[in-house]
Design a protein around this ligand. Structure first.
Ligand SMILES: *[C@@H]1O[C@H](CO)[C@@H](O)[C@H](O)[C@H]1NC(C)=O
Length: 281
């Protein structure tokens, strides 16, 4: 009996330990030691100095899912730095779902830049300010990706909903498995106030931290796709999720108060007419 109990305890311990392990879910792919997995796999940090930035990618490839990551961004004078967190498939006609955090001078707001690429084509930028200081604490950045929506969320608040409008001839990401990537790098040629504010290397190394990665997703391998939960069949799961009226109200609040750029209203940029999804959304 004692042995049996111990076995149960050992098992539950293992599953808890693996639930949040960066060792299990990610590989560090560049940065020559600047990216670190710490605290038994519970914390990952990226760093950037004058020589190099750093980055990691998921071991798995995903095809649909609800994917959460908590991130704490570079604090203080982060001008010139960019922290990218995104999903992407491979190749010239790849799909991509992007969060990019553009740093700023101390006290000036970060810009959260988002984009969606389908079959190699992006140009769908929407940018936001945040309603909190993203460098003080960890906040949760989520992507809900199902066959009908790609919804970007910040601490559970939807900020953007890219809808499946294939019936109107607009490509939607649904056939190409994607990996999760993140990197911290120097982009002071464009990132902050259009590149006019340069990275101040006296503040280096710059640090971004990650924790509590959580995915309820479908993982693909060469032969098959398997989903973590029964979400794909349950009516209430993420597979069928879309914004209810509260979610739509929340998103409207963000877009009215915190959106600083929307490609769908940039008619100067698209003199031949705005992209078709802009009038259908
Ligand atoms: C930085 O702060 C300035 C001043 O508030 C703002 O105009 C700009 O959009 C902010 N973000 C970036 C990335 O430059």
């Amino acid at each position: 009996m004692k042995g049996f109990l111990f076995a149960i305890l050992a098992c539950s311990f293992l599953s808890i330990a693996s639930a949040g392990s960066f060792y299990q879910d990610f590989d560090i792919i560049w940065g020559d030691g600047r990216a670190k997995i710490l605290d038994n796999g519970r914390l990952l940090t990226l760093s950037l100095d004058k020589t190099s930035g750093s980055g990691f990618q998921s071991k798995n490839e995903y095809l649909f899912g609800k994917i959460d990551m908590q991130v704490k961004l570079v604090h203080g004078n982060s001008a010139g730095t960019v922290t990218a967190y995104y999903l992407s498939s491979q190749g010239p006609t790849h799909d991509e779902i992007d969060f990019e955090f553009l740093g700023n001078l101390s006290g000036d707001p970060y810009t959260l830049h988002t984009n969606v690429f389908t079959q190699g084509k992006g140009n769908r930028e929407m940018q936001f300010k945040l309603w909190f200081d993203p460098t003080k604490d960890f906040h949760t950045y989520s992507i809900l990706w199902n066959p009908r929506h790609v919804i970007f969320m910040v601490d559970g608040t939807p900020i953007r909903d890219f809808k499946n409008l294939e019936s109107r001839g607009i490509a939607f990401p649904k056939n190409q498995p994607m990996r999760i990537y993140s990197s911290l790098w120097n982009a002071d040629d464009w990132a902050t106030r259009g590149g006019t504010v340069k990275t101040d290397w006296s503040n280096a190394p710059f640090l971004a931290s990650y924790r509590n990665f959580n995915s309820d997703a479908c993982v693909t391998s060469s032969s098959s796709t398997s989903c973590a939960s029964d979400a794909a069949t349950s009516k209430s799961g993420w597979w069928n999720q879309e914004l209810d009226s509260t979610g739509q109200e929340r998103m409207k609040w963000v877009q009215q108060n915190y959106m600083i750029y929307n490609y769908c209203t940039d008619s100067k940029r698209f003199p031949q007419g705005l992209p078709p999804e802009c009038s259908l959304a």
